[in-house]
Design a protein around this ligand. Structure first.
Ligand code: DGT
Ligand code: MG
Ligand code: MG
Ligand code: MG
Ligand code: MG
Length: 271
């Protein structure tokens, strides 16, 4: 296209190129889901359909973005680990975060009717998601990041479960329940659940206690996968992307804090 006198404005655009040789983790989080969960009457403290819709949207994102090897989600958030050194969108931050938030949002809205057939969305409150990308320089940071999110899921779920059961089973008001739990440790909440409410926390559903892990499974007998695009020809790149895209995505509700999880799946952290 011919230059025009207007073209100088292009120089005002700024791109942030994310640091090479680092792990990129993208986290999406629902906007105002405190309110949205009330509007559409999510069950408290956990709505299984809402969680499975999150899982469906996250899996759809992984199917569209083969560089995403692992995803972990709970509540209204999902974190995606991208393959180290991948050159997705030339590592341009805005392109990356806006693609994740819009793709996640699109699938969440598209599949809504399958999970909430009796609560149609209204334009006054459509679900949307923000996204941020965080860079981690080493494997330990990445493991600790995902441990942090899973611990957060556990702490919130233990609190919310106890909080709501005190209301439902013992007739406390939300204020009384909150007061009852003030300053309690995890062990205290377990004890309240067990002795006062007849609930063994261990028997709660794994999806609530541990959240959901989505993994792009890779047969270890295959060649070591690499999307390190600088070292590949275009043909190799295309072939590998196709292979990655086809690799099955599996869903688990398991502990990702222990080392075993990562040791069994070395491809998640290799470049
Ligand atoms: P934000 O992220 O700053 O726009 O604000 P929120 O309101 O999305 O807050 P956030 O993300 O810190 O907390 C998630 C909210 O979503 C929290 O208020 C509880 C609600 N939520 C998530 N999952 C469920 C669910 O399964 N059932 C119910 N009842 N609420 C849920
Ligand atoms: Mg928040
Ligand atoms: Mg939120
Ligand atoms: Mg959240
Ligand atoms: Mg364009």
């Amino acid at each position: 296209m011919a230059n025009s006198k207007f073209e100088y404005v292009k120089a005002f655009e700024k791109e942030v190129y994310l640091l090479p040789e680092t792990y990129m983790v993208v986290r999406v989080d629902g906007r105002g889901f405190h309110k949205l969960s009330e509007t559409y009457k999510f069950e408290k403290p956990n709505d299984l359909n809402a969680l499975e819709l999150m899982n469906k949207a996250a899996q759809s994102v992984m199917e569209k973005i083969p560089e995403a090897l692992l995803a972990y989600g709970d509540s209204d958030e999902y974190s995606f680990l991208l393959q180290k050194n991948c050159e997705i969108f030339e590592r341009r931050e805005a392109k990356l975060t806006s693609t994740f938030s819009s793709t996640f949002t699109a699938y969440y809205n598209f599949y809504w009717k399958d999970y909430f057939p009796n609560s149609p969305l209204t334009p006054e409150r459509l679900p949307t998601f923000d996204a941020r990308v965080v860079l981690y320089p080493n494997q330990q940071n990445v493991k600790d990041y995902f441990s942090w999110r899973q611990v957060d899921c556990h702490i919130n779920n233990l609190y919310n479960t106890t909080f709501w059961q005190l209301i439902l089973k013992k007739g406390l008001t939300p204020q009384e329940s909150e007061k009852r739990l003030m300053g309690t440790l995890s062990s205290d909440k377990n004890e309240i659940l067990f002795t006062e409410l007849g609930i063994n926390y261990n028997d709660e559903a794994e999806i609530y206690k541990k959240g959901t892990v989505l993994i792009r499974e890779w047969e270890l007998k295959d060649d070591q996968p690499s999307l390190n695009e600088r070292e590949l020809s275009k043909r190799q790149k295309d072939r590998l992307r196709k292979k990655f895209r086809k690799a099955k995505i599996q869903k688990y509700h398991i502990d990702i804090i222990n080392e075993g999880f990562w040791n069994e799946r070395p491809w998640l952290l290799e470049s």
